[in-house]
Structure formats: structure tokens, C-alpha cells
Design a protein around this ligand. Sequence first.
Ligand code: ARG
Length: 461
Amino acid sequence: MKKPWGGRFKDDTSGEVEAFTSSISFDARLAPYDIGGSIAHAKTLERAGLISKEEANDLISELERIAKEIGKEKFRFKNALEDVHMNIEAALIKRLGEDVGGLIHTARSRNDQVAVDTRLFVKMEARRAIDLLKEIRITIIDLADKNIEVVMPGYTHLQRAQPILLSHHLLAYWEMFHRDSLRFKNVLTAADVMPLGSGALAGVPYRLDREYTAKLLGFSRISTNSVDAVSDRDYILDYLASASIAMMHLSRLAEELVLFSSAEYGFVTLPDRYATGSSIMPQKKNPDVPELVRGKTGRVIGNLVSLLTTMKGLPLAYMRDMQEDKEALFDAVDTLNASLSIMEGLLSAVRFNGDKMKEALTGGFITATDAADYLVRKGVSFREAHGIVGKIVADAESRGKTLFDLSVSDWREFSPRFDDDIIDAVKVESSISSRNIVGGTARERVVETIKTLRKLEKGKE
Ligand code: ARG
């Protein structure tokens, strides 16, 4: 097969080299963006007087026809034509003849072409991530609202620490997914630069109206250094980094669902529709969905590390190594989108077992901090109060008692500052309602937060 770059070659490319260098098996996915870029380029060439109106129209209608064929899977991509750019250009030449089809690559290189394609793709996927993140955040707000009565132990070191509202715990994920959205907005800005006109690396020797191309393609800025424009992959790395962080957040949530749905916790029941069984143990209902979300997080982080590693030793400008950016990007996009979507579905169907969570609050010393804070209110320094309550805990524990079993005289044995009201002060409800501070778990605060967040989600992104 004749290559678009075949002029200086006498021998055919070895089949092994064709197979090794070809990217069409994965970059065919960029075809809609490649065609969009070519249409804008044809219009820009016409505007610059480099091709006639008729030639531009012929190129554009043929490009549109090719796009339709690709959409219907009627276009045959060929390995020997290496990549999506040359497959489409070769089709144009075959159909329109070299005198017209051959015009499209005027003032252009595959180096700025692949940059425009991937930038358009990343912009689109950053927007999608922002939308999916919003959906999962709204589901989290709904869950928090629905479960406002439920109290649970908050943990540090996976040890019961202080009582909190389940809603407060859930809304922590709202914060994470909100920050993720902000990160994807930055990705959008990073990718929003139009590189065409950079050519292979030095810029092109034609007066193209690059602002016009940018406008046609929906970019807000044009690149200002052609060497950078063809060798920059930061916007892909930004996507991968943001996707990795979002997956890490999803993974922590997934891990909690796995943990909390075990019999040992029993805090949450996964819906049948989102669980799977065991081929041998008839009783099993396994949390495979959150497990896989947690597992797939490794892939996305791997994709980030993979591209960082590819890029770190490359001199300027374009190098073929960069072709390796695409599989990492596509895999991350597919994994992130699927994970966000399935976790949203799962979350909207989980059931929390309030009784089990309450039970986990009663067995020990979860409000010990409140006893110390009680003494602080009576004028004892926090450090001294901590020591006194520590002794009370140790003593109760040795007598097989919990904090809730102690009488006022039990308390007073350790400090005369304890009065009758210590009994109420160490109740779970008092502990929670006392944390009435911005960002705290008091019900009033959480209810207020839910209201604020609902309003925020209704506003424009
Ligand atoms: N398939 C190539 C890539 O993805 C397109 C750019 C090729 N440029 C080149 N000079 N060989 O990076």
C-alpha cells in the first residue's frame, strides 16, 4: 500500500514494523475529532486563499460522508495506513483525487493534528466527568437527607472514635467529589488551546487565521509556541491526575461499602441488583461492584504513571513515544466513567442499618472525649481532663463496664467536679449536638449544609 509519506522510500515497510507502529486499532476512536479538525482546517485554508471555495466544499462534504460511514461502521480502517489521520486523508485522496484530496494536508502536520484531536477529546471527557461527578454528589446529598436520623461511630485508625451523624460522614464524600470537579474544570482550561498552525514544530509559512480555526472548533485560546504545542501532553496528564484522584476517592468509598456490608459491621445492605453470588457458597452475597471500583483505581493510577514515565525523558519536540498517550487516556476515561456511573447507581440503592450503627455506639467509650470536654467547662485544663478520663476508662474497662454504665458517684471518685449532669453529657445525642460549629456533626449544621449544597448543585456549573 502506498504511504502518504512514501516518496523517499524505495522498499516497502516490513509487516512487523507496520504492526508495531500502527495505532489505528485504538486511535480510530479519535475519528470524529479528527474530521471536525479537518473541516475547520479546510475552512481556514479557504479563508487564507490557499484553496478555492469549491475545493473546500468538496473536502468538507467528503469528510462529512466519511464521518457518517465511520458512525455506521462502514468505513474500513487499514493497518498499513498507521493511524486515524492518514486513514482519513488517504480516503479523501482516493475519493477526490490527489489534486483535491491532497490539499487538506496543506499547512498542517500530523503533529498539530493529533494535538488538536486529543485536546478536543479531553475537553469533551472533562465535561463528562464534571457531569458524572455532579450526579454522584446529588445522590450523596439525597442519601444524607434521607438518613438524617442515623448516628454512627466515627473512626480514626479504624477504632471507634466519636459519634457522628451518618449524613455527616456521607457528606465528606460530597466534598471530595466537589474538589474533583474543580480539578476537571482546570483540565478543561488546560486542554482549551488550539494548536493547528504549529505544523510539524516550527509553525507554518502561511498566514492562517488561527483565531478563526479556534472559534470554529470552540477553543478559547490559540497556542503561542509551536514547539510546545506539538510536544505538550500536560492536558492529558492533568486529566489522568484528576481521574486518579477521583478514582482514589471512589475507591475509599468503595472500601467502606465492602467493609460496612460485612457481617462484622452490618452497617449497610447492598441491593441484590448490585451484588453477585458465589459459585460454591450458596449463602454468599459479594460486594463485587465496589471491589472492582477499588481494583480499577490501580489501573487509572497506572495510566498516569505510565504517561508521566513516557514523557519524562523526551527532548523537544514531537516524538513517536507520545503515541503511547492514547491507550492510557482512553482506558482511564472508560474506567472513570464506568466507575462513577455504577457507584452512583449503587449508592442510590443501598440501605443503611441504623440499628446496627447505634449498637456499635453503645458498647464502649465512644464519648470519652465529651467527658474530658465536660471537665474543661468546669475549669480543668484539657490535658489534665484527658488524664482523669483515661483513668476512668481503664477502671471501667477492668470492671467490664462501659462509660454509659457509670453512676455519678463512679465519676466523682475520679474528680469532684463531676456533677449529676455528666450522665447526660456523655450521651451520644449530647455529644453530637454539642459539635455545633461550622463543619461539625451537629444535626442543625448538617441540615443547614444539606440545604446549602442543594442550592449550590442547582446553580450553574
Ligand atoms: N499516530 C501519531 C501519534 O499518535 C500521530 C502523529 C504522528 N506524527 C509523526 N510524525 N509520525 O502520535
